[in-house]
Design a protein around this ligand. Structure first.
Ligand code: HEC
Length: 277
């Protein structure tokens, strides 16, 4: 697997160095960089199937924020997997992000240097699972969620409790990409949409795509039709604040978005409706 990635790693090194020389690179060169870095995928399920994840150890997590109690997992040091099965060592962590892909379409990301500076473990099974199963079910907002096949945990409890550290469950793949990969495509040129953009990027993009960029646990919000084209503005703003007031058994969580923040997000969505693919 490692050897397979070697030519890609070399290609990548070229791209990274050319990036430094030409800070004003055109969109076309950016696309080339993204494509080459995108090949840095790790399919965790395939590694498990081939029994390549290595020997597990028991990791204890105090007051796990997903299970809301103390937990013990059979886990492997995540960094070991990254270094063994990807070309991560050839990347500049300060300019790279790691993107997690979950089976249900949830797609959070975080800066690679933050991850590498932490003690993160890939939990492979739940040491306290009920007999006959690998995992205890997760209950979230009244819905049963699947932790399998993998859940990322941090032994430093400050990290594990912090929103800055992603702890995806139902995790299947990870990949690396340039830290600012999508800024050119999603960042508005108009200052008045900027507050909404930042909110969207931090609070919504893990589940929703705009112009096909982002998670797909929830629907794409801009392409081919923007939500601002088929929702009335006031309803759209109110839905974002409290989705359950519109739909029974809604799958979008209440994110604690304030009405003023929702108005900013809708401004951004309206701006993007005029900037489709
Ligand atoms: C954890 C995932 C998740 C996050 C985070 C999330 N959503 Fe959603 N969203 C969903 C899901 C799932 C649906 C589909 C809801 C349903 O119908 O049950 C949805 C539906 C929607 C819809 C309705 C789309 C339509 O066509 O009717 C809008 C608008 C929306 N979300 C906006 C947002 C905004 C804005 C944010 C950020 C503040 C956000 N969502 C954050 C998961 C999420």
């Amino acid at each position: 697997m490692k050897y397979l990635y070697l030519p890609i790693a070399l290609l990548l090194l070229n791209c990274q160095s050319s990036k430094k020389e030409t800070t004003t690179s055109t969109d076309t060169t950016k696309i080339e960089q993204i494509t080459s870095v995108d090949t840095l995928d790790i399919d965790l399920v395939a590694l498990k199937d081939q029994k390549l994840l290595g020997k597990t150890q028991i990791v204890e997590i105090k007051n796990d924020p997903v299970y809301h109690k103390d937990k013990r997992f059979n886990a492997v040091l995540f960094k070991d997997i990254l270094y063994k099965y990807s070309s991560v060592e050839n990347l500049n962590p300060a300019e790279t992000k790691i993107i997690f892909e979950c089976e249900d379409g949830y797609k959070p990301e975080m800066p690679l240097n933050r991850l590498l500076d932490s003690e993160s473990f890939l939990a492979i099974s739940d040491a306290d699972a009920p007999k006959g199963s690998d995992w205890e079910q997760i209950m979230k907002d009244g819905h049963e969620m699947k932790a399998a096949p993998f859940y990322l945990v941090y032994t430093n409890s400050q990290h594990h409790q912090s929103n800055e550290y992603q702890k995806p469950y139902n995790l299947v793949k990870v990949h690396f990409a340039p830290l600012h990969e999508n800024d050119a495509a999603l960042r508005p040129k108009d200052e008045s949409a900027m507050v909404g953009y930042t909110l969207f990027k931090n609070r919504c993009q893990t589940c929703h795509a705009i112009n096909k960029i982002g998670g797909n646990m929830g629907p794409e919000l801009n392409y081919p039709k923007s939500v601002t084209e088929y929702w009335k503005t006031a309803d759209l703003q109110a839905f974002i604040v409290n989705p359950a007031s519109y739909r029974n058994e809604v799958k979008m969580p209440n994110l604690g978005i304030k009405p003023e923040e929702s108005a900013e997000i809708v401004k951004y969505l309206t701006y993007m409706s005029k900037h489709k693919l």
